[in-house]
Design a protein around this ligand. Structure first.
Ligand code: AMP
Ligand code: MG
Length: 344
């Protein structure tokens, strides 16, 4: 009888919750799905479901490849036609439009034409000289904006044919948020979904919150760690992630929609929010805004938790971000914004 009890005890231990991890290749990137669960079979099924969802999103929301909904919408806009799309795409675009307006159009997913001109509509890093200045000037003059889109239920029309939608700055955060919700519906309540350092979490890691590291944009390793609670997303926009290099000059993939040229003064912008799409859009907008303007844009977008690393390695923090991150490397200069209130 005693042996029986001990055996059950051991088996019970083995069945307790622990980490399970799977990596998917989706959205052209590796998606790490990690769960703290006692049900590996349920986790397996949930991850398979997630893989299907991400494949669908990749097909339908790709800006330039294939024949998905976004490609068809862009073609219709180019012809000056209205087109009916799925409610899912309408929802995504309405959110993108809202965040574009809140960011003063520094996050501008209508600038697909400019992004293509710079060569970032390609799976490979582009090479060669930067685009011709006149070409950029004419794309800027065409002034594509999300404000030019009108929605009549699921029918979309653009008053400007130069609008070319590219959701590269927004869809990842939106999708990570959806992924966490889908995992929850499949019974996985404690998880991290992580696409190259951009992530959303649910629940906890046992009796502790999940703790994650934010990559240093200018040096090796992690710049800071942060405890992340149920439903939060951490999104980073980095100039180092993709760039075009020509004659020793790097042209980053984040463009300033006001000038048509790549952003220069920010190495990375990290935003924490419960809304992954908002965090993604804001991280891009704050990269464009730069050290001089980021606080205004954060206020306009309703973002409280920001870390910006500028080109010199100086770190700019909102007070609420200062209160929760732990630096993992020495930072020469940390500037906490006097214009944003802690916990505001
Ligand atoms: P992220 O890493 O979220 O900042 O997204 C960068 C990607 O978004 C780029 O590779 C472009 O496809 C696109 N993009 C670049 N600049 C902007 C911008 N100012 N607004 C919206 N999308 C942009
Ligand atoms: Mg972004």
């Amino acid at each position: 009888m005693l042996i029986f009890v001990v055996l059950i005890g051991i088996a019970g231990c083995e069945r307790g919750p622990r980490d399970h991890q799977q990596t998917l290749l989706v959205f052209g990137t590796l998606l790490d799905v990690k769960a703290y669960t006692d049900n590996p079979v349920e986790f397996d099924t949930a991850v398979k479901g997630l893989e299907r969802t991400f494949q669908d999103m990749h097909r339908e929301w790709h800006a330039w490849k294939g024949d998905g909904e976004l490609v068809r919408l862009n073609r219709a806009i180019g012809r000056g036609d209205a087109i009916t799309v799925s409610p899912e795409l309408v929802e995504l675009l309405l959110r993108a439009k809202q965040y574009a307006e809140q960011s003063g159009h520094l996050f501008n997913p209508a600038i697909g034409g400019l992004i293509a001109e710079w060569g970032f509509h390609s799976d490979e890093p582009p090479g060669g000289p930067p685009p011709d200045g006149n070409r950029i000037a004419s794309l800027i003059e065409a002034a594509p904006s999300m404000a030019q889109l009108t929605f009549e239920q699921n029918r979309i029309l653009s008053s400007n044919r130069a609008v070319a939608l590219d959701l590269g700055a927004f869809a990842k955060g939106y999708a990570l948020n959806m992924a966490i919700r889908q995992l929850k519906r499949s019974g996985i309540a404690h998880a991290i979904v992580n696409a190259g350092g951009d992530l959303c979490v649910s629940g906890r890691h046992g009796d502790r919150p999940w703790t994650i590291g934010i990559r240093h944009p200018l040096a090796e390793g992690v710049i800071a760690s942060v405890k992340v609670s149920d439903g939060e997303c951490v999104l980073t926009s980095g100039n180092y992630e993709r760039y075009r290099e020509y004659e020793g000059i790097r042209y980053a993939h984040i463009l300033d929609p006001r000038t048509g040229y790549p952003v220069e003064h920010v190495a990375s912008a990290t935003v924490i929010s419960m809304d992954g799409g908002l965090a993604d859009a804001a991280a891009t907008a704050l990269s464009v805004a730069g050290p001089g303007q980021w606080e205004n844009i954060a206020v306009q977008m309703g973002i409280n938790e920001v870390m910006l690393v500028d080109e010199n390695g100086d770190v700019h923090l909102s007070p609420s971000m200062r209160d929760r991150i732990e630096f993992q490397q020495h930072i020469d200069r940390v500037i906490v914004s006097p214009r944003l209130n802690a916990g505001s």
